[in-house]
Design a protein around this ligand. Structure first.
Ligand SMILES: [Zn+2]
Length: 412
């Protein structure tokens, strides 16, 4: 039976959102948390973008060290041979790529202004796939941008060409959030049956259906005999109205009526990490979690009206579909309300040692504490907010890697 895999795209689509972004250390923490959670792949950034190079290479190093394992780290590039060449030039160790090109008439016309035909798009994509294979890429997905507004016949031809040239997946992008569960089911199933390759489902929430469309698309791919890959972002952060929320998508796959009886994740995702990863992303993006967000919203397990409260007190199953501890909630939160010392970009060694002592980090000597402090200061320049414990622990444990992640060298 075909399975569902999750490819989280927070570090690519999420950070593309207007007015929102993450520092390179925050992106690294997201990769680490996704790995802990058991997510199949993180689309970890843009290998052709110069300021990502050090971060991407350092995260690939973490993968080689076994720290970011078994998660796969995939880069996003435009589907042109030139972009692929540049990706391998800037990030030579990259192994997994998604190559993206528009496929709808609207975008082929609207973006290339008559300079490219459908055949040109297929040739360009095929050249990009060949170039990536020549560089030894281990897995390649080919993205049909605006797939939901692309005629199915062309999508099938495009996907078939991608497969013939050696790609392993076709990404069906509902770029504008135009699909509904019924249409995306049909499209994904048609693609799976006629292209003969796993289908990635990439949904946006412009009409409020990103999660519903994701599981309907996954069902279509599997009914068509192929594995499904669902793209998510943490807290649904993404361009415009956002993407399919990671936690809600995993909940929908595993808890919605009858779904898991026929359609399963390839390996279990640890929902017990949901609370932690959602809260970190909220803090790092500076975007509060909506009060009614599935699983992690402040009201997700709160009952006050008489009939509901009475029902839950008798048996939580009366009004709760799943329990709070399944999504990693339940620990009391201790928040410092007295005087507090935090590590900042202008911090000194005394305050820093106090903070690190609080989280039980022991330094080997004064030189080491100074070095870690300096790295924490640099990290703080990028984030402009106190680092969380896990970030400080990461810097203390992997100072060499942290130094690379924090490196930015502008061109001359
Ligand atoms: Zn997108």
């Amino acid at each position: 039976m075909a399975k569902i895999h999750i490819i989280d795209v927070t570090n690519r689509d999420g950070v593309q959102s207007a007015r929102l972004g993450l520092s390179k250390l925050e992106k690294t923490m997201i990769n680490l948390y996704l790995n802990e959670m058991g997510i199949f792949q993180s689309e970890f950034g843009f290998p052709t973008t110069r300021h990502e190079s050090f971060y991407l290479r350092a995260n690939l190093e973490l993968a080689e060290m076994g720290v970011l394992k078994p998660i796969r780290l995939g880069g996003w590039v435009r589907a042109t041979a030139a972009d692929v060449e540049r990706a391998f030039e800037l990030v030579p160790g990259i192994k997994h790529l998604n190559l993206s090109t528009p496929t709808s008439d609207q975008m082929i016309q609207g973006k290339f202004q008559g300079a490219k035909s459908q055949e040109d798009i297929i040739c360009m994509m095929a050249d990009a796939v060949e170039a990536a294979r020549a560089h030894g890429a281990e897995s390649l997905g080919v993205n049909a941008e605006d797939a939901s507004r692309t005629e199915t016949g062309f999508l099938v031809r495009f996907g078939s060409a991608a497969r013939e040239h050696g790609a392993q997946r076709i990404r069906y992008c509902d770029t504008l959030g135009y699909d509904n569960p019924f249409t995306i089911y049909e499209s994904a199933r048609t693609m799976a049956e006629n292209v003969g390759m796993p289908v990635e489902i990439h949904c946006h929430g412009d009409l409020g259906m990103a999660v519903a469309n994701s599981i309907a698309g996954a069902k279509g791919a599997i009914d068509g005999g192929q594995d499904a890959y669902i793209n998510t972002t943490i807290n649904g952060i993404g361009e415009r109205a956002g993407n399919a929320d990671l936690v809600a998508t995993v909940l929908a796959v595993s808890k919605s009526k009858g779904f898991a009886e026929g359609y399963q994740l390839e390996k279990p995702v640890d929902l017990g990490k949901a609370w932690k990863i959602s809260r970190f992303a909220s803090y790092a993006f500076g975007v509060p979690i909506p009060i009614d967000q599935p699983g992690v919203g402040a009201n997700a397990f709160v009952h006050s009206s008489g009939i509901h409260a009475d029902g839950v007190l008798k048996d939580s199953g009366n009004y709760e579909l799943y329990s709070f501890d399944e999504v990693g909630r339940g620990e009391p939160e201790t928040v410092e309300t007295g005087s507090e010392i935090c590590a900042g970009e202008y911090g000194g060694i005394s305050g820093f040692k106090h903070v690190m002592g609080r989280i039980a980090v022991r330094f080997k000597g004064p030189g080491q504490a100074e070095r870690i402090l300096e790295l924490a200061r640099y990290a703080n320049v990028a984030t402009q907010r106190p680092l969380v414990e896990d970030e400080l622990l990461f810097i203390a444990k992997y100072p060499g890697i942290a130094g690379k992640i924090l490196t930015l060298i502008p061109p001359d």
